[in-house]
Design a protein around this ligand. Structure first.
Ligand SMILES: Cc1cc2nc3c(=O)[nH]c(=O)nc-3n(C[C@H](O)[C@H](O)[C@H](O)COP(=O)(O)O)c2cc1C
Length: 246
């Protein structure tokens, strides 16, 4: 393995209607922490900059994946889907491409009524092709969240986001991290700073830890892949249940 080949890209995705808010700040600091290893490059995308329609449940992505599986065999993982696999032509095409090119993905969103904002759920729903084509397999991931109050939905939001990341085939490598954007998480604004989340020492510390876990795991995954390639070892896809009649 050539050490120069060991480079990874971590994509940060922030989903909130607020631009330059606490959540974006939290993710920016996470990407900085990830990039403390010089082999890590990062990019931040804000869902507010993209036009994302609701999934219409047409099953077009699923049908295309199944058609390909019948051609190449159900044990071929990832399914060799080429390009964008959604019938809705909007900015998700750009986001799918960025996700496919990344080695790691950190998703950040605020707590909205004890879960992620609808904007983020819409984005996740539009990733359904990846549930079935396994093209995100081997990419590492983590969720980050920001809330007003301590114990008012941080855990449930992190759980929902983490499960969503797992469902679309990503390898989640940490519990993730949450922070509060008010004084001590009591809902009292901190007027001296625009980014109150930066004052949450516990939140900032767990975020840095999560980000470094993502960076390190991405590098380890990549090193593993390069090592296997160099040794000419191909992993067999196992565990796929073939449904009779398909
Ligand atoms: C519609 C809505 C619902 C919210 N629900 C919660 C909640 O359930 N628990 C909580 O602690 N904060 C809640 N918040 C507060 C946000 O999580 C908090 O303001 C966060 O800092 C927003 O991050 P942002 O400015 O980066 O978008 C809510 C905010 C909005 C607008």
């Amino acid at each position: 393995m050539n050490p120069d080949d060991l480079k990874v890209k971590i994509l940060g995705i922030v989903g909130t209607p607020i631009k330059n808010g606490n959540c974006q700040y939290f993710l920016e600091r996470a990407l900085e922490a990830a990039a403390e290893d010089e082999r890590v490059s990062t990019e931040l995308v804000h869902l507010q900059d993209y036009r994302i329609e609701y999934c219409i449940g047409c099953e077009g992505c699923l049908r295309r994946v199944h058609k390909l599986q019948k051609q190449v065999g159900f044990d071929v993982i990832p399914v060799p889907v080429e390009g964008y696999n959604c019938t809705i032509k909007d900015d998700m095409e750009i986001l799918h491409q960025k996700m496919l090119e990344a080695d790691g993905i950190i998703l950040a969103a605020p707590v909205y009524i004890a879960s992620m904002p609808g904007q983020v759920k819409t984005f996740i729903d539009r990733c359904r092709t990846f549930v079935h084509d396994f093209r995100l397999r081997g990419k590492v991931s983590a969720a980050l969240t920001v809330a007003f109050f301590r114990n008012a939905g941080e855990d449930t939001t992190l759980q929902a986001m983490t499960l969503s990341l797992l469902a679309i085939g990503l390898t989640v490598v940490t519990f993730g991290a949450s922070a509060v954007s008010t004084r001590e998480g009591l809902g009292i604004p901190i007027r001296e700073t625009r980014f109150a989340v930066g004052e949450d020492l516990a939140g900032m510390t767990s975020m840095r830890s999560a980000a470094s876990q993502v960076a390190q795991a991405a590098l380890q995954m990549k090193a593993g892949r390069l090592g296997l390639d160099a040794a000419g070892i191909r992993l067999r896809s196992t565990g796929w249940v073939v449904v009779p009649g398909q």
